[in-house]
Design a binder for this molecule. Structure first.
Ligand code: PEP
Length: 253
């Protein structure tokens, strides 16, 4: 049975105090409201990693993720943070391939393949983002385009390593725009990606891979999107910065 996951991507938001408040509220709601069978992952900016980890403590079902890691192992790369350092702080997941990283930091499929390997070599589980631009969606080539992102960055992995990957399908035109993909559009792409994974790694691995939807997901639309058979949760940006919204999304299954 594949995991249901709701991951919050704080992006470059939250001061120390704001991050502490948000985390405490999420942890308390998650516990008090008896959330079950859904893994919640908080992905704060790097300086929050250690204090957020302390607040999460041993609450079962809540995990910690980073938003990026370096493609380099170690050394003179000022400003970079390696997978090894991240893992040494008890972080379990790392988001890789977010469209903002692809667009603003020129991360292509090749560098992402290296980052994925670096993360896995250090025990981090990648949440690998893929998704098409509006132009590609309008041209109708979104399916091959997104499949290609997976092929290029992930299909070199051994089946054992691939089994540690979570996929996040995030149409770029839906991220931060308030323009969510319809539940049917999400289902169509998720099913296509699962078939694509099956064609390379076999049905069992494909059936066990969690595929999350991301793009203007909120408490109002999450239930319909999560009800689709190939949607295993969400990667949440804006709505993950409000504890009530984030926990309501977690409870939308
Ligand atoms: C994201 O950045 O991963 C995201 C899905 O953002 P938003 O929910 O704000 O669209």
């Amino acid at each position: 049975m594949r995991k249901k996951i709701v991951a919050g991507n704080w992006k470059m938001n939250m001061t120390f105090d704001e991050g502490q408040k948000l985390t405490s509220e999420i942890v308390n709601m998650y516990k008090d409201e008896n959330v079950k069978d859904v893994v919640a992952i908080l992905n704060p900016p790097f300086p929050h990693i250690f204090p957020v980890k302390k607040l999460i403590g041993g609450v079962e079902g809540i995990s910690l993720g980073a938003q990026n890691c370096s493609d380099k192992e170690a050394g003179a790369f000022t400003g970079e943070v390696s997978a090894k350092i991240i893992a040494s702080f008890g972080v379990e997941y790392v988001i890789l391939g977010h469209s903002e990283r692809r667009e603003y930091f020129q991360e292509d499929n090749e560098i992402l393949a290296t980052k994925v390997k670096e993360a896995l070599a250090n025990g981090l589980k990648p949440i690998f983002c893929c998704g098409e631009s509006l132009d590609i969606r309008t041209a109708g080539t979104h399916e091959p385009n997104v499949k290609f992102q997976l092929t290029q960055s992930l299909f070199d992995l051994s089946p054992e390593d691939f089994s540690k990957i979570t996929i996040a399908y995030e149409p770029i035109w839906a991220i931060g725009t308030g323009k969510t993909a319809t539940a049917d559009q999400a289902q169509e792409m998720h099913a296509a990606l699962r078939r694509h994974i099956a064609s390379h790694y076999g049905k069992e691995i494909a059936d066990n891979t969690s595929i999350l939807y991301g793009g203007s997901c909120n408490p109002k639309n999450a239930q319909e999107i999560f009800s689709k058979p190939d949607v295993d949760g969400g990667l949440i940006g804006g709505a993950s910065l409000k504890s009530r919204d984030f926990v309501d999304i977690i409870k939308s299954f």
